[in-house]
Design a protein around this ligand. Sequence first.
Ligand code: SF4
Length: 380
Amino acid sequence: MSASSHALLGPSSAKRWLSCTPSARLTESIEDTESTFAAEGTDAHALCEYKLRKAVGLSVPDVSPKLEYYSKEMEDCADDYVSFILELYEEAKTKCKDPLVLVEQYLDLGKYVPESFGTGDALIASDGTLYIIDYKYGKGVSVDAKENPQMKLYALGALEIFDSLYDIKEVSMTIYQPRLGNVSTFAMKKDDLYKWANEIVKPKAVDAFKGIGEFHCGAWCQFCKARATCRERANSNLKLASKDFADPPLLTDEEVEEVLGKVDELTSWAEEVKAYALDEALKGKKWNGYKVVEGRSIRKYSNESEVAKTVEDAGFDPFDKKLLSITEMQKRIGKSKFIELLDRFVVKPQGKPTLVQESDKRPEFSTAAADFKTDNMEEN
Ligand code: SF4
């Protein structure tokens, strides 16, 4: 994971630079700011690496005491990940006498993408199938392995090492994202992967490396460092804002549908522009007609232990004993203990209705159930 972040055309940003080839050069000098989530992810990977190496019999020092974001949840997720890999390894052993597990393997992609490389979290090389497993600790967006260019590039890098050593027919790529319960696997024939590499990746990578080609907006823009100031993205979003909804006075169903299709992208772009402008203003930039002010703030105690003592001394109880939330409880007692003790008490009330695109994987909201509830409430 770490190595890929330093390549101009790294696998983790492949969806973006394959879709919008000039984006890599456009953004190469824009500063990269590491979020808390990224730092937590780095720790989670380090823990997985340690546990997997240990599980395959290597002598490695325990990294957990050094991890800033270490938690019981991180430990449980890493254990589950290791069990998953060991299961795949057992599966590989049924078809191959000497499969090999590799951990945090450097992958050279230079044959297809100039100066590119990455790191495979876990690989299992065996006759028949080459397995690629990518661990994602984040829980923001569920990542699909299907036709995922990051995974396909890792697979190409792994084939460079193992294609001559094993009789590989297909590659199986898995994204293991434990905090979302997402284990997404996509398999494809090795020859189809090589075809994609030669016909799609190679020419796009040449353009991306030179910084030429067409700018092209899409979902990948959200991970682009130019997302707030990119002219192509601004033009694309402003096209909707400047659309001339003339007569009749009320929008037609088709026009509402048109707005719905673009409104998420439009609002997230607007938020990103605002965040960028604030960030720059805090660094000293003066925007004409704007100034930075203090937002609303909420009162808080300057010293909580002193407050508790003072209230107790005055004869009152300063504490309100509350049950931990499901997430906090799971963190405290661990995932397996949580399932053992409390799973039977966990219910999931019906969520608030949300309008999403038809391609969304969630089943359609049952308006019948909601109507029934409303009717009953009205009768009572
Ligand atoms: S914001 Fe989108 S369109 Fe603009 S450079 Fe980045 S990826 Fe390309």
